[in-house]
Design a protein around this ligand. Structure first.
Ligand SMILES: Nc1nc2c(ncn2[C@@H]2O[C@H](COP(=O)(O)OP(=O)(O)OP(=O)(O)O)[C@@H](O)[C@H]2O)c(=O)[nH]1
Ligand SMILES: [Mg+2]
Length: 559
């Protein structure tokens, strides 16, 4: 189908305004470039006004809690040499294998946490039990947790059996420097449940058997490379290598370990240690160079489709978009060279940038109206903000101020959360221990708190498995710059509709005043970004005026 297009676009001048022409051309026609008047195929723009089967629909989850457990150790083996002419040989049970380790890696290509949210718990494999002829058990299988780039990982609680034993006082000399010797740990002597007996032994022997003192619990050497607990990771770059979150537990000892002068043929071995369980809260903050902020139905998704190959859903009603979408703008001149010659301190010229489209914000979104402010986290880390304003939907300046107000409210809530999180690091009531085992081994500079012993740090309820809150530990600050200091611009869309010129002129006047300091910054902050604030008029549905946006964004990103 061929149609006559009635819009004129002054290509090359970003601030020019698309004007509607009378159907048979107008008196201004001479000033207009000829291609703009030519007949074009509307099917070419199907991409911008798609039919429902063309929508992409992908599951999206941006926060979830998961439990990760490192593998338990295998049990030691009770076995004796038995060969021709050796009927009753010496003990030869192997040790249990070490449990599997847990690793985490942020990779490109993943865009959602829904797969992890469904799993709930991820466990590394258990170490295999030891076997006869001094064969040690195989290691447990490792587990690699793959998360999208931009995930913030926060530990909310951990169950570390060895640390808890230490808190209870059973393995109290575990970390003592002077307890380097192999002297067995007398405090764990009564722990019969840690022992295995020879298979032929009667069950009652468990209560009557005379076990030696339990050997000191062993720790995997890899524990030293674990991040400091409580774990807080901001995985904002793709990682080449996974990092270790929790090392597997050590296996039990086979019966040859328990040979003494008086016991030549020990009929017992120890069980493997239990693995560490850590509860994590994962939060995905999509990473994009530009974030689109706008009221519902403003045309954000259409703009994203006009700029990128995104297939996000577009519709003439509010809240068409229910989850964030990221599109990539390719700055390529189709000659294998970057289209824009902007180096801006970069080694390589920029060849692409990404744009995040989020669900629309409505006024009072901070009071949990509409879809709330939750999705703003996805543009929190964007370098540039683009406010998308529908010129046909009332006063553009008022809309811009309303959007800034919601962004400001979001920022307030975020700051409160950061403060609350510092508070939250106190251990909670149900036996979760929030402390770093073997702390001094990891950070040699760390000075132990004077009240290190769990016994004098707690009040009367002595059987509580609680530790003192980690006083004095410096947590990595969540340093996010204020949103109002980011460069921003306005995309005034639907400029093809009639009677939008005055609205645009008022908006442009307002932005000039903001830039010159005549008007207060819409965020109300004193040191907000106000250099080169401008409004770009576009008709996204006709793909008119969007070309200038890429150039403007690259200027703001690299300039
Ligand atoms: N005339 C005209 N209509 C447009 C333009 N851009 C978008 N629209 C229409 O505006 C409506 C809303 O567009 P969307 O892109 O879904 O708006 P949105 O901001 O993503 O909306 P939400 O996802 O609900 O927040 C659709 O019917 C589009 O066809 C434009 O430049 N001109
Ligand atoms: Mg949308």
């Amino acid at each position: 189908m061929q149609v006559q297009v009635g819009y004129v676009w002054y290509l090359g001048d970003r601030n020019a305004y698309p004007t509607r022409l009378p159907p048979n051309g107008g008196s201004t026609a001479s000033a207009v470039q000829t291609e703009a008047e030519s007949t074009i195929d509307v099917n070419q723009y199907d991409h911008l006004d798609p039919s429902p089967p063309e929508y992409s629909s992908q599951p999206f989850t941006d926060s979830c809690t998961i439990t990760l457990a490192s593998g338990a150790g295998g049990h030691g083996c009770i076995s004796f040499l038995r060969e021709k002419y050796i009927a009753n040989g010496p003990p030869n049970g192997g040790d249990g294998g070490t449990g599997g380790n847990l690793y985490i890696q942020a990779v490109r290509g993943e865009t959602s946490l829904h797969k992890l949210a469904r799993r709930g718990t991820l466990k590394a494999g258990r170490g295999k039990n030891g076997q006869g002829s001094l064969r040690g058990g195989a290691r447990g299988e490792d587990v690699l947790v793959i998360v999208p780039v931009g995930t913030v990982v926060r530990e909310v609680g951990r169950h570390d059996p060895l640390a808890e034993e230490r808190v209870r006082g059973y393995g109290r000399d575990l970390d003592d420097d002077d307890a380097e010797s192999d002297a067995p740990d007398q405090s764990r002597k009564w722990r019969r449940d840690r022992w295995l007996l020879y298979p032929g032994t009667l069950p009652k022997a468990f209560t009557t058997a005379d076990f030696p003192a339990l050997p000191r619990p062993r720790r995997n050497n890899l524990v030293a490379t674990e991040p400091e607990a409580p774990i807080r990771l901001d995985l904002d770059k793709p990682m080449d290598q996974p990092i270790l979150i929790a090392a597997g537990a050590m296996g039990g000892l086979g019966n040859p370990h328990f040979v003494t002068k008086s016991i030549h043929k020990p009929k017992f071995a120890t069980k493997g240690e239990e693995g560490t369980r850590i509860h994590f809260q994962l939060e995905l903050k999509l990473l994009a160079d530009v974030g689109l902020v706008g009221l519902p139905n403003a045309g954000k998704s259409t703009l994203l489709r006009a700029l990128t190959n995104s297939r996000t859903r577009v519709g003439a009603w509010a809240f068409t978009t229910l989850s964030p979408n990221v599109g990539t703008v390719i700055l390529d001149s189709h000659t294998g060279r970057p289209a824009l010659d902007t180096k801006g301190g970069r080694k390589e010229p920029r060849t692409n940038f990404t744009i995040a489209d989020i669900p629309g914000l409505i006024e009072d979104a901070h009071l949990d109206r509409g879809l709330g402010l939750g999705f703003l986290r996805h543009i929190e880390r964007a370098a540039v903000l683009a406010f998308v304003i529908d010129l046909s939907a009332g006063n553009a300046v008022a809309a811009l101020k309303a959007l800034w107000r919601e962004v400001g409210e979001y920022e307030k809530i975020r700051d409160q959360e950061v403060n609350a999180e510092t508070e939250r690091l106190k251990p909670d009531e149900d036996g979760m221990v929030a402390f770093k085992p073997f702390e001094s081994a990891i950070s040699p500079g760390f000075e132990a708190e004077p009240n290190d012993s769990p016994f004098d740090s707690k009040d009367d309820d002595s059987d509580d498995v609680l530790l003192a809150p980690p006083v004095g530990r410096t947590l990595p600050p969540l340093s996010l710059p204020p949103i109002s200091s980011k460069p921003w611009f306005v995309v005034a869309t639907k400029a093809d509709l009639s009677a939008t010129q005055e609205n645009f002129a008022a908006l442009q006047q307002y932005l000039t005043d903001v830039q010159n300091g005549v008007e207060a910054h819409p965020s109300g902050k004193a040191n907000a970004w106000r250099r080169r604030v401008q409004a770009v008029p576009v008709s996204a549905i006709n793909k008119e005026g969007v070309g200038g946006i890429a150039e403007l964004v690259v200027g703001l990103l690299d300039g």
